[in-house]
Design a protein around this ligand. Structure first.
Ligand code: APR
Ligand code: PHB
Length: 394
C-alpha cells in the first residue's frame, strides 16, 4: 500500500475536477486528482460547447485564454426558429455587451490537462476501485488501485467531482441528502458533421415534429441535435433520415437549412434535472454533475461546474490563508442559489422548445404563442439573454 498526503483530494478529472486543481494550484494549495477513465477517453468524448462570459473571463484570468482566444467562436446572440421563421435574440444589445463563446468542452479539458502537466502536480488516469472514507472526521481518505498497486491518500478535504455516476455522492448517508429530480420523457439525438456551419449563430427550433438545435464546433464542423425518445434506437436512423428530419425541423421559409456533410459521430442522451442538497457533507464537497444535472437546452452544465469550483477554491484559499471556515460553511448555499436559477432557466427553455409526449395541440399552440411573445417583447428577450449569458460569478 502506497500512502501519501495532500491538502485536497479530487475525485474525477472532468471540467470540475481539473478546473478545481488549476485554481487551487494558483492559490498555492496542493491537490491530487484521480480519474477512473483513460486520458484519451476523457479528451475525446463529445460534450457541450457553450461558454458563458464569466467562464471565458475566468479562463483568461487564470492563464487558459490562449487557444480559447484563437479558436473560440464569440457569438453575440442566438436564433429562435418556429412557424417557418428565424428570430434573433441580440445578447450584446440586451445585456450591455455580454455574449457567449463556442468552444468544445473537450477543448477546455485539453487546456486544463496541459495546465496540470505544467504545474507538476499529480493526476492519475485509469485508476480502479475508488473509495472515499472518514470524511465525517478531520482526516478523510481516498483509496484506489493504480497499475496494480493499492493507494491511500490522506487529505484535509475531498472534492467529489466525479459526475452523475461517481462514487462520492453515494458514499454520503442517504438520510443526510435530499435529492430533487425531474425526468423528461425525451432525449436528444446528437451528431457531429463535417460541414461548414450554415449560420453564424446557434438556432433553437420548435416544429410540429419537435425540437432541433443547430450548433457548431469550428468553421468546418457542425453540431446538430434532434428531440427523440430517451431510449431512441440509433440503428434505426440512416444518415439521410437524420438530415431529412433536421431540415424539416430547422429549415425556414426563406430557404435556410443546415449544410449536409459526412456524419463523424452520433449519440443519444436522455434529459434530466437533478439537484442534491446540501452539496457538502463534513469534509466532502460535491461539485459539478456530481451535485446537479441540467437538461442541455440552456447550455448550463459546464458553466455551473466551473462556478461551483470557483466558489470552492476561494473558500479553501480563505481557509488555508486565514484559518477561516465561513466560506466553506456557506459553500452549499452559495452554489445552490445559482444552481436553482440555472435549473429554472434550463427547465423553461426545455419546456418551451420541446413537444412532450402526452401533450396536446393546445400545448403546442401555447408554446408558439410564448415564442411569439418572447421574440416581440424586449423585456422577455432580455430575460432570456441575461440568463443565457449567465449571472456574474460571485
Ligand atoms: N473515480 C474517479 N473518477 C470518476 C469516478 C470514480 N469512481 N466516477 C466517475 N469519474 C470521472 C468520470 O470518468 C469523469 O471524467 O469523473 C469525471 C466527471 O466529469 P464530468 O462527467 O464531465 O462532470 P463535471 O466535471 O462535473 O463536468 C460537468 O460535464 O456532463 C457534462 O454537461 C455536463 O458540461 C457539464 C460537465
Ligand atoms: C452544443 O454545441 O453542443 C450545444 C449548444 C447549445 C446547447 C447544448 C449543446 O444548448
Amino acid at each position: 500500500m502506497t500512502r501519501t498526503r495532500t491538502q485536497v483530494g479530487i475525485v474525477g478529472a472532468g471540467p470540475a475536477g481539473l478546473f478545481l486543481g488549476h485554481l487551487l494550484h494558483l492559490e498555492g494549495i496542493d491537490s491530487v486528482i484521480i480519474e477512473d477513465r483513460s486520458r484519451d477517453y476523457v479528451v475525446e468524448r463529445v460534450r457541450a460547447g457553450v461558454l458563458e462570459q464569466g467562464t471565458v473571463d475566468l479562463m483568461r484570468e487564470t492563464g487558459l485564454g490562449e487557444r480559447l482566444d484563437r479558436d473560440g467562436m464569440r457569438h453575440g446572440g442566438v436564433y429562435l426558429a418556429f412557424q417557418g421563421r428565424r428570430h434573433r435574440i441580440d445578447f450584446e444589445a440586451l445585456t450591455g455587451g455580454r455574449g457567449i463563446t463556442i468552444y468544445g468542452q473537450n477543448e477546455v479539458v485539453k487546456d486544463l490537462i496541459a495546465a496540470r502537466c505544467r504545474s507538476g502536480r499529480p493526476l492519475f488516469y485509469s485508476v480502479e476501485d475508488v473509495a472515499v472514507a472518514d470524511f465525517d472526521g478531520a482526516r478523510p481518505r481516498i483509496y484506489f488501485r493504480f497499475e496494480g498497486e493499492e493507494h491511500e491518500i490522506a487529505c484535509d478535504f475531498v472534492a467529489g467531482c466525479d459526475g452523475s455516476h461517481g462514487v462520492c455522492r453515494p458514499s454520503i448517508p442517504a438520510s443526510a441528502l435530499r435529492i430533487y429530480e425531474r425526468d423528461y420523457q425525451f432525449g436528444w439525438l446528437g451528431i457531429l458533421a463535417q460541414a461548414p456551419p450554415a449560420s453564424d449563430e446557434l438556432v433553437y427550433a420548435l416544429n410540429e415534429s419537435g425540437f432541433a438545435l443547430f450548433s457548431m464546433r469550428s468553421s468546418t464542423v457542425t453540431r446538430l441535435y434532434l428531440q427523440c425518445a430517451p431510449d431512441e434506437d440509433l440503428g434505426s436512423w440512416s444518415d439521410d433520415a437524420i438530415w431529412a428530419e433536421l431540415e424539416k425541423r430547422l429549415g425556414t421559409a426563406d430557404g435556410w437549412r443546415p449544410n449536409r456533410g459526412p456524419i463523424a459521430q452520433r449519440g443519444v442522451t436522455g434529459m434530466r434535472s437533478v439537484v442534491v442538497e446540501p452539496m457538502r457533507h463534513g469534509a466532502l464537497f460535491l461539485a459539478g454533475d456530481a451535485a446537479h444535472i441540467v437538461p442541455p437546452t440552456g447550455a448550463k452544465g459546464l458553466n455551473l461546474a466551473v462556478s461551483d469550483v470557483r466558489t470552492l477554491s476561494r473558500a479553501l484559499a480563505m481557509y488555508y490563508r486565514e484559518g477561516r471556515t465561513g466560506m466553506l460553511d456557506r459553500y452549499s448555499d452559495t452554489c445552490l442559489r445559482r444552481v436553482w436559477r440555472a435549473q429554472r432557466f434550463s427547465w423553461w427553455m426545455t419546456s418551451m422548445l420541446h413537444r412532450a409526449p402526452g401533450s396536446c395541440e393546445f400545448d403546442y399552440r401555447r408554446q408558439i404563442a410564448e415564442l411569439e411573445y418572447l421574440t416581440s417583447s424586449r423585456a422577455a428577450m432580455t430575460s432570456l439573454a441575461e440568463n443565457y449569458v449567465g449571472m456574474a460569478l460571485e
